[in-house]
Ligand binder design. Structure first.
Ligand SMILES: Cc1ncc(COP(=O)(O)O)c(C=O)c1O
Length: 321
């Protein structure tokens, strides 16, 4: 535990919250949090569910109806054919990262993780006695992954590779040709892929999000992680999910049920078929507000280029800072 580095982002956030409590106005660039409220239709549906009495534990895996809705979303929007039994609803994507890594990593395993990247992908493997091997995302490469670097860093101990696309914090969106080459490397070396797609809706210009699990031969070796925090501005609701093969789901559930029992029942309104198309509809109208004029001009002053996803504007914190 001594080696576990506290999150610099959270440290800044605590300071910002203290400043707010002291009456100061703070513009937050630290947390990956959209600057719009959870859409009204989501709030109303949840309030209706609470009033109906949907306030109890759900199945450990999440309600079957919500998992059916997620499977529908993954099929129609990401082109991946998951069954509800291949999906587990978690307390935000964050919990899924911990559970999934615990399920697949053994002591001494190596896992390739992006740098800069989201801290959890560095710290959770360390907690488990595995070794995170970082690969570098560079602005000169438009934040695409350097495939030669990946090839050079794969060893017989490499168990998995983490992709974050669109990326926090770079904003880069992995291109189809890069994903195809990564898929080839993963298949050739028998490496699993953890694909964090929580920012999939925060796309700008003509950027296109592709799920690596939709590529041939990849579904069986990919764990697709996603959630509701960013696309629907529901960071405080703590609702996410992992989609992967049933064996991993069952292992993940062992940990999940002992630690959190189930994710919040509020939010399972998505199970109502009538809400599915609406709830999973592209939220670009609200997401486009993410870069407000003031933030854009701040960003330009900072002499950095506008990338394809919005989150990079919030922090460009490498792991060690
Ligand atoms: C890449 C990435 N994945 C996941 C999360 C957290 O998602 P959730 O709120 O669903 O736990 C974050 C939070 O900033 C993130 O940056």
């Amino acid at each position: 535990m001594d080696e576990l580095a506290p999150s610099g982002i959270r440290k800044v956030n605590e300071k910002a919250l203290a400043m707010e409590r002291a009456g100061e106005t703070v513009i937050h660039f630290e947390l990956g949090r959209p600057d719009f409220d959870t859409p009204e239709y989501i709030k109303k549906a949840c309030i209706a569910d609470i009033e109906k009495g949907d306030v109890f534990y759900t199945s450990n895996f999440g309600t079957m109806e919500l998992r059916e809705a997620i499977a529908w979303k993954l099929k129609t929007q990401n082109n991946i054919d998951y069954k509800p039994s291949e999906i587990i609803v978690s307390v935000g994507l964050s919990e899924a990262v911990f559970d999934v890594m615990t399920a697949i990593l053994d002591e001494g395993d190596e896992i390739l993780v992006p740098n800069p990247g989201w801290l959890n992908y560095l710290n959770v493997p360390k907690l488990l006695g595995a070794t995170p091997i970082t690969y570098t995302l560079k602005e000169v490469n438009d934040y695409q992954i350097d495939l030669d670097e990946i090839r050079a860093k794969v060893t017989p101990r490499t168990k998995a590779m983490v992709l974050i696309t669109p990326s926090n914090p770079t904003g880069g969106v992995l291109a189809e040709n890069v994903l195809k080459e990564l898929a080839e490397i993963a298949i050739k070396n028998d490496i699993m892929v953890i694909s964090d797609e929580v920012y999939e809706r925060l796309l700008y210009d003509d950027a296109k999000h592709i799920s690596i699990a939709s590529l041939p031969g990849m579904k069986e070796r990919t764990i697709t992680l996603n959630g509701f925090s960013k696309a629907y501005s529901m960071t405080g609701w703590r609702l996410g999910y992992a989609a992967c093969n049933e064996d991993i789901v069952k292992t993940v559930n062992k940990l999940h049920q002992h630690v959190v029992t189930c994710a919040t029942s509020v939010g399972h309104f998505l199970r109502t078929v009538q809400y599915m198309p609406v709830c999973f509809a592209p939220c670009s109208c609200v997401c486009s507000r993410l870069i407000s004029p003031s933030v854009s001009s701040w960003h330009k002053q900072d002499n950095t280029s506008i990338c394809q996803s919005g989150e990079h504007i919030q922090h460009r914190t490498p792991y060690n800072s």
